[in-house]
Design a protein around this ligand. Structure first.
Ligand code: 3PG
Length: 204
């Protein structure tokens, strides 16, 4: 049901992309993000503690915690077992797409070109992560793709910053953007909360 991923995408203008290295800090970082106004949190499965981080962040009231960097069916199952409320992938394969649809979880697969989008449409998907957004051509590329694929809605991610996020959010087929700039390595909780509040105030 595309309305479920749309609800996730419309919750806040920015989805923080998190690379959790210290699971001991996961819960308090999630609290800082939610207090700052960003409820949707994408925990990338790139670190050994990512699944445990998803479990701990899920304990934070109001947080909507999903798994990112899900590249195959095995990771999808692990992410679901850890309590992920949505799934983000950097790209789209038929096997992952079919498994994600049958999991019942809201799914945001990465696309970078027309062929990727067409594979998604074949599966019944209309909501995509545009990744890597800057390297794949930036705003001109997404605008060009919106011609033939006007029915699709996007969350551009990859190379987006606090400074450039508003330009992306101004596009009518962009519901939110993703980025790791909200939680830079070594940032303390006050800084995370301030960055989240700045991002949450952007027009979605
Ligand atoms: C992702 O996994 O979505 C990207 O690594 C995030 O990209 P960024 O670090 O350029 O924001």
């Amino acid at each position: 049901d595309p309305s479920e991923i749309e609800r996730v995408m419309k919750t806040a203008p920015v989805i923080p992309v998190l690379v959790v290295k210290d699971v001991g800090k996961a819960r308090e970082q999630a609290e800082a993000l939610v207090e700052g106004g960003l409820k949707v949190l994408e925990v990338t499965l790139r670190t050994p503690d990512a699944l445990e981080a998803i479990k701990r962040m899920n304990l934070v009231p109001g947080a909507i915690v999903g798994a990112g960097t899900v590249t195959n069916v095995r990771q999808l199952k692990q992410a679901q077992a850890a309590g992920s409320e949505f799934i983000v992938s950097p790209g789209l394969t038929q096997s992952l797409g079919e498994a994600a649809l049958s999991s019942g979880l809201p799914f945001l697969p990465g696309i970078a070109n027309a062929g990727d989008i067409m594979r998604g449409l074949d599966l019944g998907l209309t909501h995509f992560k545009f990744f890597p957004a800057m390297a794949a051509g930036g705003i001109p590329a997404l605008k060009a793709l919106s011609g033939p694929f006007g029915q699709c809605l996007f969350c551009p991610t990859g190379g987006i910053s606090a400074k450039t996020a508003p330009e992306w959010l101004a596009l009518k087929n962009v519901l939110c953007v993703g980025g790791s700039w909200i939680v830079p390595e070594g940032a303390d909780l006050d800084e995370i909360k301030a960055r989240a509040a700045e991002a949450a105030a952007l027009a979605g």
